[in-house]
Write a new protein. Structure first.
Length: 141
């Protein structure tokens, strides 16, 4: 099972304050533990929303681009991991070890092919598998 571990933004992260050397070292140690255990597929921190944008789609599919910053800090993401584990309990145990103080982390299961039921036809599944193989090949080159 894959889970996305979402680190919620704070006023501090939205201000653009980068982590201290100690915080980076602690996060590096934690990430190293995840990698050694073979559960970390990806993980990154994000710059503040002032450096980002949102794209809004209306009912007709037209788009509007809204430049950051965004005001609702509690709904923003400051970073993430993608972890591959055997259970919800395992991912929660890993998250509890994260080197955070006064923070909130959200854990969400990544949808797998079987979660889509009959709507994901064999043809659609094959196309999805081909896309994933192409992405993997691009990452290796």
């Amino acid at each position: 099972m894959r889970y996305m571990v979402i680190v919620k933004a704070s006023d501090e992260s939205e201000s653009g304050r980068m982590p201290t050397q100690q915080e980076l070292a602690e996060m590096g140690t934690y990430n190293e533990e995840l990698v050694k255990a073979g559960v970390m597929l990806a993980g990154e921190g994000l710059l503040p929303s002032s450096k980002g944008a949102r794209v809004r789609f209306d009912k007709d599919g037209r788009t509007t681009v809204i430049d950051g910053p965004f005001t609702e800090t509690k709904e923003l993401v400051a970073g993430f991991w993608i972890l591959q584990v055997s259970s919800r309990e395992e991912v929660l145990e890993w998250v509890k070890k994260a080197p955070f103080r006064d923070a909130e982390i959200e854990v969400r299961k990544v949808a797998e092919a079987e979660d889509f039921g009959d709507e994901l036809t064999p043809e659609l599944r094959e196309k999805e598998d081909q896309l994933r193989a192409t992405v993997e090949a691009q990452q290796k080159s």
